[in-house]
Write a protein that binds this ligand. Structure first.
Ligand code: M6R
Length: 615
């Protein structure tokens, strides 16, 4: 939510900031702004409501803003509607030229009302509805008193409650960008004569693959070719860089019309890379995460917490782990977890699943689990993210940067890790023998090519999407794993195509929802589980007899489905525990093509942001 960038170096800052912001636009896109200081020391702020391209045009691609140092921001509104006044950067004085402090912010200042009252009493006036303006003026307040950026930032950090990554230009420190962070992402890259700050790696990948992570309640002073880190007590701390293996190609569209379709096509690679990172010489190796056989044997129960699609992965994992490893699994929405006072048994393993590793609710759920004294494991895609620093054990999906707001390849890679955990847990706890263990691994090795073969047939889905692009509602049903896949298919549909859709456990339809079925209603049935096939078919028939149009996604061999379904796609043969990873592919394509045909912004659907760092 919101993207921050900063540049200082020997080049013009504005074009670099705009380019970096473009790579972060997935984080927020309702307004954007830049602050650039020229060589005479005067800072200019330019802001625009709407997409980044409006700002881009306003500053003629950066050409009208001269200067070698600047900060930029792309916003996803929390406090205050999307408007030019509420857009960042915010200033501490009456104009950017006379402001001691100019700043941008990602996160939420929870106690901004109380802080604002204090500042108003001290003579500050406010022009926006944002919590960010409060943070900027608070820093100004302390800076005016102590004349030191570290003192001003540490004092402000002690007063602010909430989450933030902040970047500031101080009028008196013309060759520096200052940052501070708590529970919101911020990375720093330094090259010989330049330095960059950003909310996420793709923004600066072009310039460096070696990055510094700034920790919680830490600050940094960023100069051209140099960075100094400080803790909240203003003591200097030394940090090492981390090498990012993602390359720039991975963060660009590479000939595809949208990131979403590019990322859908990258799934075979994401699956292969993730598998190869954890399976060596025919056995699963979780050593990197520190999960030992003794720990696995001691687990009494698993609690999975996650949001959105990652929660859907948890739903699949529940079915697979319970069946294979015979460990009880509960799946909780991270946003609910800490509010229902969870009763967590000793020896529970809490698993947090998150692509970004920054989702505020998932981070809070992780902390809740830790506060109950249980072991935590995080399945993440972004190296060094907030969750990675707090979980006891971490496993990474090797999906590469995921830019489209709608997740596809990270979702698939997360599911693969859950399968591997399930197989390993089952084996270590003697629920399966080594022959079964090897069989499951061989089946998983089929996943990348099976996904690729479904993608080869994507034109059929495209055709189907064009036929149904004007629908108002869609219903997705399934049982067991198929229900978990229905949840994801329905989310993909609604989030990118704005078609109202619902997912139901097939048996639940007749407890209410079936009253919505009328002539022509689209019902998508997922039928990959042999023992549940006939039951779901019966539910589909019940809908057909009330006028529904049936789209079936079925396991190969169930050809009699064509007697009732109007449109069918068959999945390649694979073990039923893993077939959900195939069934989701046509559903991702269906959501994607429906959105394209409806002329929508597939990669940046309205009101959404890629990583949700607010509650
Ligand atoms: O970064 P996370 O995996 O924690 O994000 C969780 C959800 O916000 C995310 O899965 C969201 O539902 C997807 N963008 C949907 O496609």
């Amino acid at each position: 939510m919101c993207g921050i960038v900063g540049y200082i170096g020997d080049k013009q800052a504005a074009p670099i900031l705009l380019d970096a912001l473009e790579r972060l636009e997935y984080r927020g896109y309702d307004s954007a702004g830049l602050a650039v200081r020229n060589d005479e020391g005067i800072a200019t702020v330019v802001k625009a409501k709407g997409r980044l391209k409006i700002l881009y045009e306003k500053v003629d691609g950066g050409r009208t803003l001269k200067g070698h140092i600047g900060i930029g921001h792309t916003r996803w509104a929390t406090h205050g509607e999307p408007s030019e006044a509420n857009a960042h950067p915010h200033i501490s004085g009456s104009s950017s030229e006379d402001s001691l402090v100019v700043g941008v912010h990602n996160g939420i200042i929870e106690n901004y009302v109380e802080l604002k009252e204090k500042l108003v009493k001290n003579g500050y006036e406010f022009y926006s509805q944002t919590d960010t303006e409060v943070a900027v003026k608070l820093v100004d307040f302390y800076y005016s008193k102590f004349k030191s950026p570290t003192k001003a930032l540490s004092k402000a950090m002690m007063r602010i409650r909430g989450s933030y990554s902040l970047a500031f230009l101080f009028k008196d420190h013309q060759e520096q960008i200052w940052t501070a962070k708590k529970d919101a992402p911020m990375i720093i890259g330094v090259t010989k004569d330049e330095a960059f700050i950003a909310s996420d790696v793709p923004a600066i990948l072009k310039y460096t693959q070696d990055i510094y992570q700034i920790g919680n309640c830490e600050m940094a002073c960023v100069e051209a070719g140099n960075v100094h880190f400080y803790n909240i007590d203003e003591e200097e701390i030394v940090k090492d860089t981390e090498h990012i293996t993602w390359d720039l190609d991975a963060a660009e569209r590479g000939g595809y019309e949208h990131f979403m379709i590019k990322e859908i096509h990258e799934q075979p690679k994401a699956l292969k890379d993730t598998y190869n990172s954890l399976v060596k010489d025919g056995s699963i190796n979780l050593a990197k995460s520190g999960l030992t056989p003794d720990i696995i044997k001691g687990i009494s129960e698993i609690r999975i917490v996650a949001c959105g699609s990652a929660w859907h992965v948890g739903m699949v994992a529940k079915y697979v782990i319970e069946d294979m490893a015979k460990i009880a699994v509960q799946v909780d929405l991270a946003s609910e977890f800490r509010y229902h006072c969870p009763v967590i048994k000793k020896d529970t393993l809490a698993i947090v699943i998150s692509q970004s590793g920054e989702t505020a609710d998932s981070l809070a759920a992780l902390r809740e689990a830790k506060s109950k004294g249980v072991r935590t494991l995080a399945i993440l895609n972004v190296l060094g993210s907030s969750i990675s620093r707090e979980a006891d054990h971490v496993l990474y999906t090797l999906a590469g940067p995921e830019i489209a707001v709608a997740t596809t390849k990270a979702y698939s890679a997360q599911m693969l890790i859950c399968y591997l955990l399930s197989i390993e847990f089952a084996f270590v706890r003697s629920e399966i023998d080594s022959a079964k263990y090897q069989y499951y691994l061989q089946q998983l090795e089929l996943l990348p090519s099976s996904v690729a073969s479904i993608l080869e047939d994507k034109e059929r889905i495209q055709w189907f999407a064009s036929k149904f692009s004007t629908i108002h509602d869609a219903f997705f049903i399934g049982r067991g794993i198929d229900y978990a896949i229905a949840l994801e298919g329905s989310l993909k549909m609604k989030e990118v195509s704005y078609v109202h859709s619902e997912a139901y456990a097939a048996g639940e339809l007749k407890h209410g929802t079936i009253s919505l079925i009328e002539d022509g209603t689209l019902l998508i049935g997922i039928l990959t589980q042999n023992r549940l096939f006939e039951k779901t078919v019966s539910n589909m028939v019940e809908c057909k007899s009330r006028g529904a149009y049936l789209f079936a996604i079925a396991a190969a061999g169930h050809y009699n489905i064509e007697d009732i379904a109007d449109f069918t796609i068959y999945m390649p043969n694979i073990d039923e525990h893993f077939i959900g990873s195939l069934a989701v592919i046509p559903l991702q394509l269906f959501g994607y093509y429906t959105s394209v045909i409806r002329g929508l912004d597939v990669d940046k659907p309205r009101n959404l942001a890629k990583s949700v760092t607010v509650e």
